[in-house]
Design a protein around this ligand. Structure first.
Ligand SMILES: [Mn+2]
Length: 229
């Protein structure tokens, strides 16, 4: 669970290059592209940035398709007024990074904005907790409290994140009923989400490194991402 300084350097590079690809995707994709077309564009951008996409796990899910947390990209064309969830894993020199953003395509409704705002609040609750938390369970509970207080926890998954290393899913698991003591050198994802059947899905995922005095965010993509054209 605790990475060496050499491994941390590779994980940092992996997250950096994957972040660049996600930012470039935001600039280059446009409303009307299909989910599969967006996934293909993403995979090409990742390779251009020197990271190898784990294509089997890529999610590009638009509108109500995004209410399935494990959706596969389809030929469905994206429309204005939708949230489009883009989630991918990639490897740099064998070390994984994992990022999700929920893009606003055009102007979105108040309902969608509300769902997004709860996920964003949950993300911030987890990150704030991470500054001083002693265990993974504290962080999991901090993010979930936002959903419980809003009466929305039934739309959330039972997991907040997972370790990153040579594998994209490894210990520690930030999961209901599990706890590990946080220690410098741990690298894992923070990825709160809500999945509302028939309406939308929203997820935000970043990669963090536990340090002596809190944490370092390894990924670098704006939390609010809009596609206007
Ligand atoms: Mn993940």
């Amino acid at each position: 669970m605790i990475k060496s300084s050499e491994e941390i350097a590779l994980l940092r590079e992996s997250a950096r290059h994957s972040s660049a690809a996600m930012r470039q995707l935001q600039e280059q994709m446009y409303i009307g592209m299909s989910e599969i077309e967006i996934a293909d564009m993403l995979h090409a951008l990742l390779r251009k940035n020197g990271v190898e996409p784990m294509t089997w796990g890529t999610i590009v899910a638009s509108g109500e398709n995004a209410s399935d947390p494990h959706a596969k990209p389809t030929g469905r064309k994206t429309c204005p007024g939708e949230i489009v969830v883009v989630d991918f894993g990639a490897q740099f020199d064998g070390y994984a990074s994992d990022i999700t953003r929920s893009f606003f395509f055009g102007e979105i409704s108040e309902n969608l904005q509300t769902v997004f705002n709860y996920v964003l609040a949950s993300y911030h609750a987890a990150m704030n907790c991470l500054k001083t938390a002693r265990t993974t369970e504290e962080v999991e509970l901090a993010h979930r409290k936002v959903f419980i207080d809003a009466g929305l926890d039934l739309f959330a998954l039972r997991s907040l994140g997972h370790g990153l290393g040579k594998e994209i899913h490894e210990a520690p698991r930030l999961r209901v009923g599990e706890t590990d003591t946080l220690a410098p050198g741990m690298v894992f994802t923070i990825e709160p989400g809500l999945y509302i059947p028939g309406l939308c899905g929203v997820r935000i995922e970043d990669d963090v490194l536990i340090t002596d005095d809190g944490f370092e965010l390894l990924t670098d993509v704006p939390l609010i991402c809009k596609v206007e054209h």
